[in-house]
Ligand binder design. Structure first.
Ligand code: ADP
Length: 210
């Protein structure tokens, strides 16, 4: 929204003198209260000013909400990640379901020789549990999302980027990995889990001023 010169002046006056009454603002600008009314309406409706009955006008500091954004951009995944819950390739879909319940998570990571090879979510397991399959006979690697399709983050990734990945790829969690080069091949060691719960916890803590 493009502000008029007068509207900008009003904002300056309110910022410097808040709370300030409409009458006071009018006096400082040598205008009548009635002349000022449309400008004050526009500024309050657009959220730049806040009007409180019998108190006056306040400037709504957009900088405050930006502070939240800045804070999230500075935070690293390492600051908020949880422990990863892993299962080995070769274990069964049944083992996966048991692990999901015992560890109380929605996603488990599959490892092969200690390195990430897949991701299994609630729905992956549910899909297989719906048929008359022998869940103990189906290896977890048959139902998992494979390495080449996995969206992951590293400990130094910003929380902001991790949040964007969760939303853009529509997944509930991201494995946190450490890249290891072995025999010229890049392998991913699983060192954590970054999930929607981590995001909710972070916002709760920020709301509580921690
Ligand atoms: P669900 O749909 O079970 O509630 P998700 O939305 O996280 O859980 O998973 C949807 C699909 O995406 C599943 O097939 C799962 O294997 C896969 N998936 C989950 N997390 C990831 C990830 N980080 N990278 C790639 N695929 C994932």
């Amino acid at each position: 929204m493009e502000l008029s010169e007068r509207q900008n002046k009003i904002i300056e006056i309110v910022r410097a003198n808040q709370p300030i009454t409409g009458e006071d603002i009018a006096q400082r600008l040598s205008l009548t209260r009635a002349t000022l009314r449309p400008d004050l309406s526009i500024l309050t409706m657009s959220g730049l000013l806040d009007a409180r009955p019998r108190v006056g006008y306040f400037y709504v500091d957009k900088g405050v909400s930006n502070l939240t954004g800045e804070h999230i951009k500075k935070l690293k995944v390492a600051d908020v990640k949880s422990m990863p819950i892993v299962i080995s390739e070769g274990q069964s879909v049944y083992d996966g379901i048991v692990t999901l319940f015992l560890e109380d998570v929605g996603t488990i990571y599959v490892v092969k020789d200690g390195y990430l090879s897949g991701v299994v979510s609630r729905k992956d397991l549910l899909k297989n549990a719906m048929g008359k399959n022998d869940l103990e006979a189906i290896p977890i690697d048959v139902v998992m999302t494979r390495l080449s399709h996995i969206i992951y983050v590293e400990e130094h990734t910003s929380v902001y980027e991790a949040m964007a990945k969760i939303i853009n790829y529509q997944v509930d969690s991201l494995p946190v990995v450490k890249k290891v080069i072995t025999d010229g091949k890049e392998l991913l060691e699983v060192v954590g889990r970054f999930s929607k719960t981590n995001i909710a916890k972070l916002f709760l803590e920020m709301a509580e001023g921690k």
